[in-house]
Design a protein around this ligand. Sequence first.
Ligand code: PEP
Ligand code: MN
Length: 333
Amino acid sequence: MIIVIKQNADEAQVENLKSLLLSRNITPHVSKGSLQTIIGCVGDVAHLDPDLIEALDVVESVQRIQEPYKSANRKFHPEDTVVEAGGVKIGGGNFAVVAGPCSVESEEQVVAIARAVKAAGASMLRGGAFKPRTSPYAFQGLGAEGLRMLSVAKKETGLPIVTELMDFADIELFNDVDVIQIGARNMQNFNLLREVGAYTKKPILLKRGMSASVQELLMSAEYVMASGNPNVILCERGIRTFETSLRNTLDLGVVPLLHKLSHLPVMVDPSHATGHAYMVEPVSVAATAIGADGLIIEVHNNPACALCDGAQSQTPEAFTATMEKIRKIRSVL
Ligand code: PEP
Ligand code: MN
């Protein structure tokens, strides 16, 4: 962090600021120019609030020269993190496709879809048991019973399971879950991030909040990692913009950006990003081509009757065709 001092500041004010920095274990390096004095701060500035420093009488401006996230930062961990779940690797050149229904609706449904996505080449099964729905009157998921059905599908197919945790009070039901999803609506539920990070080292699939900046996403990953769990997978799933013809606006450019800023694997969710089943294949191809470490795709054996997100769900046939294309793209990368 660099602090630029006001031109009319007197010595005593600068000394006070230096003492304040020293009291926070930061070593101030003052350099006096003919017009401007600046203070370079050396030490752990993570606990120093730049807005507070900037508000001081003596300070003209403050420039951060380091990102506020440490654990997620590629600068301190240059090699890619490879996250492993149930024998499946994601990141560092390992590509994984997670597929399955938005919500678990019945044992027959989830087992049939699990078999179909496995046959198409998916490496993990998704399915929501606890669903974050906009309306309290919409289907809320089968809860514990849904998790039991996912376990049956896992046993039948061998596919590791990915499912969303909304409330930490349910964590003990998640023993057989391989990857815990923290959904877009909970990306900044800091207590949940802290609790899940401290409780488990199971991979956390952290979806970008619909109005979250890249830095906010990385700070949320930091919450999980700083609490003790280094196994975080970032997921771009589209954000809210002025555009209303798509469910969300997919921010594909964040894939190379996140890879530059962080060592964590980056997945893309083409289903929630677009809201339309016909767009899932082209967007999956684009996400693969731009360097995503994996995809999470909604697949339903009867989308017209799905209890949640039918319009964006691929049929098993469409998913099989998409997997073909993804394999072709991967082979030329
Ligand atoms: C989901 O994966 O079904 C879901 C609700 O995702 P998101 O949190 O990205 O909306
Ligand atoms: Mn969904």
